[in-house]
Design a protein. Structure first.
Lengths: 325, 325
């Protein structure tokens, strides 16, 4: 065999090996092995762990699990940008908290307004318009806003290894869902395209809506009232009400996901529970127990270790973090 | 050609004609033609009415649209049976309305307790247990309860023509949903099997849930508080919050579906709005404007006619009502 032919064959062989790896952005460490083993076990007919396709439900937290969440949840950055955009029509905000601090870019002042200030900002930016109007505002924001550190549109700060995982699960007959504390209507604007998950498989927090006929046409008005908060114990509650089946696979990254993982774990048969641990200050961020955003408490880490949940270290387990620009 | 061969060929030809008819239980009247024309138009690439598969959302009311609803919504008959089953443990119910009337089978007395009595019965039978416990109770009821007129399990009183319609839409790339005033958790027990619609595509009314750890295991407790009523204006509101996309195809049978049909109709592009009209006292029931159950008001009929919505007359348009026993 001449060298040229040998090299060609080698490249074809390597190419086909690469094509067969469903998770190329994952290092060959324990988490990848655990995922692949689980998927092979539940999909192999005759295996004691076999799960029929209609029960292959996989749920994913969004912020910090499927996309980044620093320096602040992106949806809240959207809300602050929106307050700034509306400020010229509201001269009274110059002296009125929490709007004053947002417009002045005074994060310390904003934090001092606490949960009350936070809720006022969400209500002012997420209610009082039609659902179609809100969708357009969010769509426009994704087109123009850039992340302060990475200078990329926010919807490009999704995790490449998780995109591969979603696709791998779907290729194996799983139905993939987002189950997030974020707003369902906010997420649906980008998440269907970004994750390949249709709008009806995106479960999130939501406000009450009001059906009205306006100028002879029906509209849905977003009211400043909470219908449902899809966080912490709200996650299993939301899973039951919206999905109606217990997941066999769940992935999160913080204390907000603890109950979803417990609920998943408590079902019969084979189960996979995963947590993303943000350990990569260089390529992303390193944070955990002390962070206000995406808190990964020591208690959660202890629970994960005790129960054999898979903890993914971004630094050690992921080859790539974000998709190429 | 001999006669035997001719007859064989004729039978094969008829067989294949039959196999090609996706709606064999529908008469060849206007509704069937309207459905087939619509589906062909939205699925034909290059057609001005073409709709990509991910936007082919079809929503169906349940009571009176996919299954029967007389002499009373089946879920309420379940609740009354459940009160009777619990009565021996509640001697105080002998003198306490609305339970007294239910146990005595006194419909007049029950009706006199009004909405308050109705809500008490629902709260007593649909809350105070785990979601798993409730599912088991409903499952057992379906096994044992029989419809008073047809003497069949309630889950066999689904409409054969609608089963064919659901399958026809799915074969053409539609995602089919139930959007019903009935309880989501009640419906999911039978509707996934009966309609081929997975639990997460069943939108209904729902109560609040509470996540708890009981004896070291997580459970979801059904609380006697309403989270969401999926009826009338609640239908478009529920469609937006749970499905996140406007349907292009919607079917109902009563004033509870009016807003869902209006919301569907108000989207751009080709749309199909359908209403089942119960006109068959012999094979099912004949009722409409005067009925308290499944009211089909004259105003709704006028709206349907004015806007070209398809009204299906059970007597004239359906060959079969229920599947063979």
């Amino acid at each position: 065999m001449n060298v040229k032919l040998f090299v060609s064959i080698l490249f074809v062989a390597l190419g086909s090996l690469h094509a067969q790896d469903p998770l190329p952005s994952w290092n060959d460490t324990a988490p990848k092995k655990a995922i692949v083993t689980f998927v092979e076990n539940v999909t192999k007919e005759g295996s004691p762990d076999f799960v029929p396709p209609n029960e292959r439900i996989a749920t994913f937290d969004n912020d910090g699990t499927l996309w980044a969440e620093q320096p602040m949840y992106f949806q809240f950055l959207f809300a602050m940008d929106r307050i700034k955009a509306l400020a010229p029509q509201h001269p009274e905000w110059k002296t009125k908290e929490p709007f004053k601090s947002v417009v002045a870019g005074d994060m310390k002042g904003l934090l001092a307004t606490g949960e009350k200030g936070f809720l006022q900002i969400i209500a002012r930016t997420h209610a009082g318009m039609t659902t179609a109007g809100f969708e357009q505002i969010v769509r426009d924001w994704f087109k123009t806003a850039r992340h302060p550190r990475f200078n990329r549109p926010y919807n490009q700060l999704v995790y490449q290894p998780m995109l591969e995982l979603l696709a791998y699960l779907r290729a194996n007959g799983f139905k993939t869902f987002v189950v997030s504390g974020g707003g369902a209507e906010f997420m649906r604007v980008f998440a269907s395209d970004a994750y390949g998950i249709p709008p009806d498989q995106i479960v999130g927090s939501m406000g009450k809506l009001k059906y009205e006929i306006k100028n002879g046409k029906p509209v849905l008005i977003k009211l400043p009232e909470v219908l449902f908060i899809d966080d912490k114990q709200g996650k299993p509650e939301g899973i039951q009400n919206f999905i109606g089946q217990r997941p066999i696979f769940a992935f999160g990254n913080s204390v907000g996901d603890q109950q979803m993982l417990e609920w998943t774990a408590a079902g019969g048969g084979a189960r996979f529970m995963g947590l993303v641990h943000h350990t990569d200050a260089e390529r992303e961020w390193a944070y955990g127990a002390e962070s206000k955003i995406g808190t990964f408490s020591d208690a959660l880490m202890a629970e994960a270790k005790k129960n054999g949940w898979t903890v993914v270290s971004m630094r050690d387990d992921w080859k790539t973090i974000f998709p190429p620009p």
